[in-house]
Design a protein around this ligand. Structure first.
Ligand code: PEP
Ligand code: MN
Length: 354
């Protein structure tokens, strides 16, 4: 059975959000196979819906449909399991690849229950979606629970994080979290799920491209033969043909290049960056020394560390800088805030010195 590790980047997993009918699963699989670009099939059988009365999945019968589509196309298939009973039925139907949904990853009891029910089963591949909340440790913990029971092939799917206010994306990508996960587990395959991040099909290409540029190992994208009548996630599904177009338009950049001139130029530019960074560090130290001098002066004159008027003045200088440079206001504010917090810490130290 082919594993994620055996596939060259980018690994492409696709299929409907939900298995709905035997014919829909089979036809989607056939069309996906025909693209020649898809490595594995996916479909949800039991659907964790946020609100009741939505389509909650076709249930056990769908396992057979997916398996038949897998046998006919030769594409390995996977589905989501959310408790030990799902695991029992999926294993009975012959599934060796399972994913853990975002609403399951949040619950260590359920993750442990699923892991325990998989003990001793050979050739398994488990993909753990990020928890709905931006908690890196919860994601790491879920992965560890599967590794601990002896499953070697445990990988991760990044599907974004819920937020109270809906912004551009259905689920905020917060790229720093999956990237931190990858540094924790460098050999893990990191798959991006643009469908659940975007929530709208027109945004899929930009997120898919970004994931590729951040050296993700693959993509999981939802496809349906007729997205307009899909029983779940209709807005974000695309047809297999649209997937083919999306994948053809992706620019696959690699981490390294054999081109010597490129490598030399890159090295030269990086040297420049390093020397600018070192200048910035020197300047920062100079700035902190003045901050400390001011601290001493404030102490002698019994003046508070924080003076709101001065703080407002500096902030407006930085806002001006954001405008002039075109850098985002949030970036410039965060940068100033980091410096300010450290300045307060340094001045507090001075105040407390004997
Ligand atoms: C899914 O992949 O269909 C799904 C339900 O995803 P998530 O767990 O990311 O919401
Ligand atoms: Mn879905």
């Amino acid at each position: 059975m082919i594993t994620l590790k055996a596939i060259d980047r980018p690994i492409i997993i696709s299929g409907p959000c939900s298995a709905e009918t035997e014919e829909q699963v089979m036809e989607t699989a056939r069309q996906l196979k025909a693209t020649g670009k898809v490595h594995m099939l996916r479909a949800g059988i039991w659907k964790p819906r946020t609100r009741p009365n939505a389509f909650e999945g076709i249930g056990e019968i769908g396992l057979k449909w997916l398996m038949n589509a897998s046998v006919e196309t030769g594409l390995p298939c996977m589905t989501e399991v959310a408790n030990a009973h799902h695991v029992e039925l999926a294993l009975k139907a012959g599934f060796k690849k399972l994913w853990i949904g975002a609403r399951t990853t949040v619950n260590p009891f359920t993750v442990q229950e699923i892991a325990d029910s998989l003990k001793g089963i050979d050739d398994l591949e488990i993909l753990v979606k990020n928890p709905v909340n931006p908690d890196l440790n919860l994601w790491i913990g879920a992965i560890e629970r599967f590794k601990q029971i002896g499953i070697n092939e445990v990988h991760a799917i990044h599907r974004g994080f819920s937020s109270f206010k809906t912004q551009r994306y259905r689920n905020e990508p917060m790229w720093e979290i999956p990237l931190a996960l990858k540094s924790e587990f460098p050999t893990i395959k990191l798959i991006c799920d643009p469908s659940h991040i975007c929530g709208r099909r027109n945004l899929l290409p930009e997120i898919a491209q970004k994931a590729i540029d951040l050296i993700y190992d693959g993509l999981m994208i939802e496809t349906h033969i007729d997205p307009s009548v899909a029983l779940s996630d209709a807005q974000q599904q695309i047809t297999p043909k649209e997937l083919d177009e999306l994948l053809s338009a992706l620019v696959i950049r690699s981490e390294y290049s054999d081109n010597e001139t490129f490598t030399k130029n890159l090295e030269a530019l990086r040297c420049e960056i390093n020397s600018i960074d070192s200048e910035l560090q020197n300047l920062l130290m100079k700035r902190m020394n003045i901050v400390k001098q001011i601290g001493k002066y404030k102490k002698e004159n019994k003046i508070t560390i924080l003076q709101p008027q001065r703080w407002e003045e500096i902030k407006s200088l930085y806002h001006q800088f954001a405008k002039e440079s075109g850098y985002s206001k949030i970036f410039v504010e965060k940068y100033l805030e980091a410096i300010h917090l450290e300045s307060i810490r340094q001045q507090t130290k001075v105040m407390n010195e004997e």
